[in-house]
Design a protein around this ligand. Structure first.
Ligand code: ZN
Length: 154
């Protein structure tokens, strides 16, 4: 598919021990966020210790996948070669509806498998409601599933 070839050369997630559950749940189509099992405060990105109560116990809470655009940029060259071919494309910071203190970085696309840049820059608005969708990227051992975002009201 042309969308695949346009996106080769892009960097893929490299999960560490703390973040591995996030990617495992994403592969099942679930957006989950780490929360402290002691005081219940959610945190992102994943890390071993709660900054509020210093507990090392955690759980992974399923989020609704709904959020709002908190900020965004539209990337233009100069970029790394794999990204320059896909430009211009957006990069969002999304605050989750379930917990606005949790913000994730991702791309707004027209559909789960649509290419980067499939949503025109003039559709981007701070505060616009979005929801998470999931897409497999990479090949073989590097194959992983990443959350992306689509507009609730395209
Ligand atoms: Zn805690």
């Amino acid at each position: 598919m042309t969308t695949e070839s346009k996106e080769t050369g892009m960097l893929l997630p490299v999960p560490d021990d703390d973040g591995a559950p996030f990617w495992s749940y994403a592969a099942e189509g679930e957006l989950r966020v780490q929360a402290c099992a002691g005081c219940g405060v959610r945190r992102f990105p994943p890390r071993p210790c709660c900054p509020h109560c210093r507990s090392f116990e955690c759980e992974w809470q399923r989020m609704s996948g709904r959020g709002r655009i908190w900020s965004y940029v539209v990337a233009h060259p100069p970029l790394l070669p794999g990204y320059a071919e896909a430009a211009p494309y957006n990069v969002l910071v999304v605050e989750l509806a379930d917990d606005p203190s949790i913000r994730l970085v991702g791309n707004l696309v027209a559909a789960p498998d649509a290419p980067l840049g499939s949503v025109a820059a003039d559709k981007l608005r701070i505060g616009a409601p979005v929801r998470a969708v999931f897409r497999q990227v990479g090949e073989g051992e590097q194959r992983t599933t990443v959350p992306r975002w689509v507009l609730e009201r395209p």
